[in-house]
Write a new protein. Structure first.
Ligand SMILES: *[C@@H]1O[C@H](CO)[C@@H](O)[C@H](O)[C@H]1NC(C)=O
Ligand SMILES: *[C@@H]1O[C@H](CO)[C@@H](O)[C@H](O)[C@H]1NC(C)=O
Length: 589
């Protein structure tokens, strides 16, 4: 309808010009040419001024010109009005459930109640001499509930009710115990239809952890003696605590406060965020260590990987957990995502893979600190792709209900930026699975011009495993320890786009795990070199295989109304907790 009328207007406009020109005498033609020059210059200047003042308008026009803003166009240019198919892929789900049972039943047979499992020697071990605290059992319960494994669930519940105790006189990691055991109990409580045994145990555990917050700054100490109810400094890092560890207990303590109406859990966890906010560094990023006495950042690396990762994850999730009512987290998140884009997100030289770097502080002879950008990315960082996409649809939305997949006009400039980076980071993480085993290494490095490496067999691609040599013993970075982060991002990406490609990617990873990590006699093992096929296994089955890796795979193939992202946040160990409107107000801003 609009096309013909547009053409008509153009035709009318051009007519006067062509009529007037020939009738003008020669002298005035000279003059009018000068005039025209001036008018052109004025026009050009006004356009330039306009672009300078309103860059968004131009960007929008450009986007429209690129075909983005058509009502039915989506960000990757596909047509979204075709109905997104979220129906479960039952055959693949069943395969994942079979894998879960293969892992669980071996553990139950050989090591029930022990904290950790070693599938090759078919033995369990505990984290401390003082005895187990239900690390593996509690980490697995909600997955059983989600998968509908009633027999396995009943036996696990029985163990929790009758065997589990936290009266262990030994030091446990505060953060790990919170995310795995406290998080697992809270999720089990919710998913079991409020079976009170889990809430009682959760409360008891939280009370034993509370004394770790009794430091001058209020930052919790990294270890807790559960039996003595006492916080303990990490002797390897005197006086210091990890930023990610102190800032990744909030979802758990806040939900417990909501359930019990006891403000203390809320206040202790929230105070940590206030300390971090006050300690802000000029660039808006955080270092991986903080001083537990002063509550300030200690000079240390800045990264999205270990000891940094879930700080960024929980900024968003705290905002989502209380139904987007606490603006302070949104502000911190917005600020931080801009900082990440300004300082850490990079592109590889040849194939333009989007990746994240680390900033490592270096002190020169005068004692001044400079920051060296290091192109190293932990597998742990692969949570970020999905997190950025989720964040874009929540903090970067211009409409109340965003489409699946989002349309560019439904996102703010920052939302669009985060969405695109998220999509690219998921792609990059998938490309790190392009190895001999189809599994990704623990740590990858990306090529930069100053690395001095020739393009050779050693570094054939834009990324490589540092120090890996053919035929030499495997380096630490080359292992795959059943990590979930990429699959977690695939799950979120699928829920937000309905793009079947993400299910295909997840299925490929699952098949590689089946091929290389599965132990014939039961359980799954880590492998020590992703570039060696057949792979050599290592005698360890991390608990996050059952709490995260297999859960996210199962959910990837589920119908989208199983644990919808509008109603749940997943803690960093994959334990889903319901979103709620807060009744507690403590005034942190
Ligand atoms: C782990 O702790 C539990 C509880 O004290 C104990 O029964 C079990 O034997 C311990 N396992 C190992 C391998 O020591
Ligand atoms: C979240 O807030 C919206 C209103 O903004 C409300 O409709 C919804 O029920 C709330 N969700 C929960 C879980 O409280």
């Amino acid at each position: 309808m609009s096309e013909p009328s547009l053409r008509k207007r153009k035709a009318q406009l051009s007519r006067p010009d062509s009529n007037i020109e020939p009738s003008k005498p020669a002298v005035t033609q000279e003059k009018s040419r000068d005039y025209r020059r001036i008018i052109y210059a004025v026009c050009l200047l006004s356009v330039a001024a306009f672009i300078y003042q309103y860059p968004e308008v131009i960007e929008k026009l450009l986007n429209e010109w690129l075909g983005f803003s058509e009502d039915d166009a989506t960000i990757d240019g596909s047509n979204s009005d075709s109905i997104v198919d979220f129906s479960a892929d039952v055959a693949k789900q069943n395969a994942v459930v079979e894998a879960f049972k293969h892992a669980w039943l071996a553990y139950e047979r050989d090591a029930m109640g022990d904290d950790e499992y070693h599938p090759i020697s078919r033995k369990g071990t505990n984290l401390t001499e003082a005895g187990g605290i239900g690390y593996t059992v509690v980490d697995s319960i909600d997955t059983m509930l989600i998968m509908g494994l009633t027999g396995e669930y009943a036996r696990s519940r029985h163990w929790v009710a009758n065997k589990m105790t936290f009266d262990r006189d030994a030091n446990f990691n505060t953060f790990e115990t919170t995310i795995r055991v406290l998080g697992g109990l809270l999720s089990a409580y919710h998913l079991s239809g409020q079976d009170s045994i889990y809430l009682e145990k959760a409360k008891e555990l939280a009370d034993r952890i509370l004394p770790t917050f009794d430091t001058p700054s209020g930052l919790p100490l990294s270890q807790v003696n559960l039996g003595l109810r006492k916080g303990v400094y990490d002797s390897d890092y005197p006086g210091l605590v990890s930023t990610a560890e102190v800032s990744t207990i909030q979802l758990e303590f806040r939900y417990l406060a909501h359930l019990t109406d006891e403000d203390i859990y809320w206040e202790k966890a929230e105070h940590v965020m206030a300390v971090i906010k006050a300690a802000r560094m000029p660039h808006g990023l955080v270092s991986i260590f903080m001083n537990a006495v002063e509550g300030k950042f200690a000079t240390s690396a800045i990264r999205l990987g270990s000891r940094g990762d879930s700080y960024y994850e929980y900024l968003l999730k705290q905002y989502l957990q209380t139904n987007q009512t606490e603006n302070v987290y949104r502000e911190m998140y917005d600020d931080t995502m801009t900082a990440i884009h300004n300082h850490l997100i990079q592109q590889s030289p040849t194939t333009k893979m989007t990746y994240t770097s680390e900033l490592v502080p270096e002190r020169n002879q005068q004692g001044q600190i400079s920051w060296r950008l290091t192109p190293k990315q932990d597998h742990l960082v692969c949570f970020l792709g999905g997190s950025l996409m989720l964040g874009a649809t929540k903090t970067g939305a211009t409409v109340h209900k965003i489409s699946i997949p989002p349309k560019p006009r439904e996102l703010t400039k920052e939302g669009l930026r985060d969405w695109k980076s998220g999509v690219e980071l998921v792609k990059t993480c998938m490309r790190t699975y392009d190895t001999a085993t189809g599994l990704a290494p623990e740590i990858v490095h990306f090529r930069i011009p100053s690395d001095g490496m020739e393009v050779s067999a050693l570094a054939p691609m834009d990324w490589y495993i540092k120090g890996a040599k053919h035929g030499a013993p495997a380096v630490y970075d080359a292992r795959y320890i059943l990590r979930p982060e990429t699959i977690e991002s695939l799950f979120i990406a699928f829920r937000l786009t309905g793009d079947k490609r993400y299910r295909d990617d997840g299925w490929r990873i699952f098949q590689s795990i089946q091929k290389h990590c599965r132990v014939g006699t039961g359980g799954y093992a880590s492998i020590i070199n992703v570039d060696q096929n057949p792979a050599e296994q290592e005698d360890k089955m991390e608990t996050f295989l059952m709490s995260e890796t297999l859960k996210y795979l199962y959910l990837l193939f589920s119908d989208a109304d199983v644990l919808p992202l509008d109603e749940y946040v997943f803690n960093t160990e994959g334990h889903p907790l319901p979103i709620f409107n807060p009744t507690i107000r403590t005034g942190f801003s």
